[in-house]
Design a protein around this ligand. Sequence first.
Ligand code: AMP
Length: 276
Amino acid sequence: MKIFHTPLEITDYITGLKHSGKRIALVPTMGSLHDGHTSLLSIAKEHADISICYIYVNPTQFNNENDLKTYPRNLDEDIETLSRTTCDILFAPDNMYHSHFQTSVSNRLLAKDFEGAHRPGHFDGVCTVLAMFFNLLQPDVAVFGEKDFQQLRIVEQMVEDLYFPIQIIRAPLIREESGLALSSRNKKLCSEDRKKATTLYKALSAGKNAFNAGEKNALSVKKQVLNTLLEQPKLEVEYLACVNENMEEVETLTHDNRLLIAAWISGVRLIDNVVL
Ligand code: AMP
């Protein structure tokens, strides 16, 4: 695996790859890699000759300074993890913003609610940094996890709106055996809280089971989820929603709608979702 740390270094290498007709797949990450991330890398390799993982804890997508400061970082461990995968290139820049940086990419509709409402500026930061990485690394495909479903939808929209010649591939959400969605932020939880956090998936599953049993009313399904969450008072729900692909709340549920949830436990914010 080749490792690059600056835009300048990697630009020449990418130009060479493009000249030799190689297809490039990109997996954007913020590091602290887990099996969710490596599953994206396996998918990337199915679609291209060369897979690139970037690791960059993008400061502009954090609306909370403490979250940015305490975000788990361990590049050495990540390099080891990647060396056990089919990843061809790691790009791990220290900084992507020059001193007079002044441009921003934002989404007006898909980003309005849920993560966008509770983390002001978050998706502007995500879209802006992705536009930079897309231009710099020129991928043919990029793989994003359904774990961050609203982000995935916004990226799909951005690529369409801005004519990026990139195919966006959706990767399924990977969970621990306990049902807890894998997340870099899980590292911030003590083992007891990690166990308690499994109630999130249990609650979403209760909602999905109600839907599968014939309940199509979104309010009733949400009630099922909230009832299950009562079992674990340490989980504080920030939002719970039934949405369609346009990130609009729906009243009557159909297949392909999603139950989205964000909740806090011991100062750590977790998100999860299931498709109905
Ligand atoms: P992050 O490092 O959290 O910014 O995530 C980088 C990419 O990995 C995003 O596309 C996420 O949606 C994806 N990802 C994170 N956790 C998971 C997971 N448990 N399953 C699948 N993809 C994930």
